[in-house]
Design a binder for this molecule. Structure first.
Ligand SMILES: [Zn+2]
Length: 306
């Protein structure tokens, strides 16, 4: 005896003889499969009174309902989101989007990591002197007028990288502060760069040696005239340091005196590093000497001298 069908989405068109083609194609699988594997199967025509295992029976005119997959069996990204009616295609699209998103995020993280590593490598460098004769005019002119069209330099010097050029670039990278602790300072190019930074608003402080700052060609006078604070020793021994700290993050130190003689003729070395342990140690030393050389503590004249 043919039983009436209920819940067929093709109500009115289904041959009500119990031989619904969808029944024959999917019903058997739906009955044989455990409830947890029914997700994705479409509703099936079924004679009334013959509900499949795990499927509630629907009354006349009602769409059949499949048992939802237990939450424990759902993938984490779809648990709680997938209604019983959603099909395998919708779940597949979610998985594909999730996979693409994760792959894109991984590629982005990898790129950022490489960029940061390259940036860090660029902040550790050793410079050796004497520096070959190279033009630094173009570099300094560009720093003095950023954004201006580069002009050809008429000087006869070759143009290209040099240790002095690299040293200038590291100094000119300052944005907030420049602390100099130098025994001798007479290089016109380095003096020009320091005054440029001062005009740019960078806080510049200079510690130097009282005897060498008075020598002919010293840059200390022009720095003071520009308004840069300079403090010096008052001892018989030399203030013999040769280091600079840029923005409290980059240390420049070595054997090099900042003089044309040393830059062009001497064998010298300069280490450039952003290693925080070294930068902090040199900054602490600078602050200690800066306070020690406070002019309020100068005692050039004996007590009571008028
Ligand atoms: Zn030139």
């Amino acid at each position: 005896m043919a039983l009436p069908l209920t819940g067929c989405p093709r109500d009115g068109n289904c041959p009500r003889d119990g031989n619904c083609p969808r029944e024959s194609q999917q019903g058997g699988a739906a009955e044989a499969a455990p409830p947890g594997l029914l997700r994705g199967l479409r509703p099936v025509c079924r004679p009334s009174g013959q509900g499949a295992r795990g499927l509630p029976e629907g009354g006349p005119g009602q769409a059949p309902q499949l048992a939802p997959m237990p939450r424990a069996l759902l993938p984490p990204s779809t648990a709680g989101m997938c209604a019983p009616a959603c099909g395998r295609r919708a779940g597949g699209r979610r998985w594909r989007w999730a996979w693409r998103w994760r792959r894109g995020a991984a590629a982005l993280a990898l790129g950022l990591g490489r960029a940061l590593a390259a940036r860090r490598r660029a902040r550790r460098e050793v410079l050796f002197f004497p520096s070959p004769p190279r033009c630094t005019e173009a570099l300094l002119a560009q720093a003095e007028a950023p954004g201006a069209a580069p002009r050809p330099c008429p000087c006869p010097l070759p143009h290209g990288e040099s240790s002095l050029g690299r040293l200038l670039r590291h100094l000119l990278s300052a944005r907030r502060s420049l602390d100099l602790c130098l025994f001798a300072f007479s290089s016109p190019q380095l003096g020009r760069a320091v005054r440029l930074l001062h005009r740019r608003g960078v806080r510049v402080r200079v510690l130097t040696d009282a005897q060498y700052m008075a020598l002919r060609g010293s840059q200390i006078g022009p720095l003071r005239l520009a308004g840069i604070p300079v403090r010096h020793d008052q001892e018989s021994g030399y203030m013999h340091h040769k280091f600079a700290v840029v923005d409290g993050r980059l240390l420049i130190t070595g054997s090099l005196n900042w003089t044309t003689q040393a830059i062009q003729n001497n064998r010298e070395n300069v280490l450039v590093t952003d290693d925080a342990e070294y930068v902090t140690a040199f900054l602490d030393e600078f602050e200690r000497i800066w306070e020690e050389y406070n002019p309020a503590n100068y005692a050039f004249f004996p007590q009571g001298h008028k």
